[in-house]
Design a protein around this ligand. Structure first.
Ligand code: MEV
Length: 435
């Protein structure tokens, strides 16, 4: 049984690995090899990755793929995607190609305001706290002068501070709700530093405010919010219904079935979650490729999907006056400077590949990736079903699991052009080829 390990983070990387192998992998000669084979022989690059987190013992690879032919606001893009799921890049490329022939995607940023809160406990009257807040608000703002000097020079910074009375939700609970413009930075560090400074000034002013003699407000915590419904982007595709004609399917029937599928995802939670998961396949893949924070995006996007009190589809579709329209509106707080975006060579590469977008442009590209992914998924679902394409892409994984040789893979790829892929079918195929 494993024992607690004291001062683990102080050990060297080699000591950490020795401890790990000794504690959990005794007798497994392969374990060290598995870790070693993912080291980068370039020592500087390896050190860079080791420095990203505490207790790094190796690297964890994911494929970096690209989806070309995305026509967005009349510019052609190739979108980088980091993801393990076999069919995602193929589906994105497919949707890009489909819309390339039908006018492409349009995208626009609706707003870019981010926010954070200083959470406060106060058991006096709301009037007293409001009076205090109004009196010290200018000091709260000027206390940020040095912190936001550079951001302000670039045109961003704190936008406003409001005192919110949340005592109906929770007894004694108030907020300093702060809004920010962080331009091309995701802004988490900037916002959190500002909030902590605001909290410090607020508390120090409160200590000398006479009217608080008995009952002083107390700061509970200060942190940005990953819910950013005022940092919104919209992406859309549209074409005449008859232009949706595809192999064996009339445009009118396709549009009808497609819109119905979207309406189901709007009205039913179980479907909505899977529907939105498909959207996030596209979004997360670009977020990861560009070194952005996919957990922040995930949390914010799903909260937005539930903003009306029930969880619903992030995409919308309609047919009106013979025109099919399909769109997404989502909150995305992204950065194209700072953080991993400039540190991780592949994140930098991904941004270069997209012609070094501003954060606003990246919001549009990411929203398009989500919309495209959803289009591809729903298109399959209402026509041939998802498994045909999915299993075709998964074929290589099954072949690798079965230890297939290069020759066997070639034969399998050709054979399964005609036949349905399943684990059993691939096993059977390999058995026959091998005998
Ligand atoms: C699979 O990763 C994503 C889908 O399930 C999305 C959907 O059902 O819309 C295909």
């Amino acid at each position: 049984m494993a024992q607690p390990v004291p001062r683990f983070s102080k050990k060297t990387k080699e000591e950490k690995i020795d401890w790990l192998l000794d504690t959990y992998f005794k007798g497994d000669a392969n374990a060290k090899k598995v870790l070693n084979q993912y080291y980068n022989s370039n020592e500087n690059l390896q050190q860079l990755h080791d420095d990203f987190i505490e207790n790094a013992i190796t690297n964890y690879y994911l494929p970096f793929g690209i989806a070309p032919n995305f026509l967005i606001n009349q510019n052609l893009y190739t979108i980088p995607m980091v993801i393990e799921e076999s069919s995602v890049v193929a589906a994105a490329s497919n949707a890009a190609k489909f819309w390339l022939d039908r006018g492409g995607f349009t995208a626009e940023v609706i707003s870019t305001t981010k926010n954070g809160q200083v959470h406060i406990d106060f058991y006096g009257t709301a009037e007293l706290l409001t009076e205090f807040f109004e009196a010290i608000k200018p000091k709260l703002i000027t206390s940020l002068d040095s912190l936001q000097k550079n951001m302000k020079n670039r045109g961003g910074g704190l936008l406003d501070i409001e005192l919110l009375d949340a005592t109906e939700t929770l007894e004694g609970y108030y907020q300093l709700h702060c809004t920010f413009e962080t331009l091309d930075a995701m802004g988490a560090n900037f916002i959190n530093s500002c909030l902590e400074q605001i909290a410090e000034t607020f508390e120090s002013e409160a200590t000398t405010y006479e009217a608080f003699a008995k009952n002083k407000p107390k700061v509970v915590m200060s942190i940005l919010s990953n819910y950013v419904p005022e940092c919104l982007v919209r992406a859309e595709v549209a074409c005449k219904v008859e232009d949706l004609d595809q192999k064996g399917i009339k445009g009118e029937k396709f549009a009808q079935d497609f819109v119905r599928a979207i309406h189901i995802a709007k009205s039913e939670t179980r479907r909505a979650v899977t529907h939105n998961k498909g959207i996030m396949n596209g979004i997360d893949a670009v977020i990861l490729a560009t070194g952005n924070d996919f957990r922040a995006v995930e949390a914010g996007v799903h909260a937005y999907a539930a903003r009306n009190g029930y969880y619903s589809s992030l995409t919308h579709a309609q047919v009106k006056d013979g025109v099919f329209r399909f769109w997404i509106e989502i909150p995305l707080a992204l950065g194209t400077v700072g953080g991993l975006t400039s540190l991780h060579p592949l994140a930098k590469f991904a941004l270069q590949l997209m012609q070094n977008p501003s954060a606003r442009e990246l919001m549009q590209l990411v929203a398009v990736a989500g919309l495209a992914q959803n289009f591809a998924a729903v298109r399959s679902l209402v026509t041939v079903g998802i498994q045909k394409g999915h299993m075709k892409m998964h074929l290589m994984n099954i072949l690798n699991q079965q230890g297939a040789s290069v020759k066997e893979k070639e034969k399998a790829l050709s054979y399964f052009k005609e036949y349905a892929v399943s684990h059993t079918a691939v096993e059977q195929f390999l058995k026959e080829v091998r005998t």
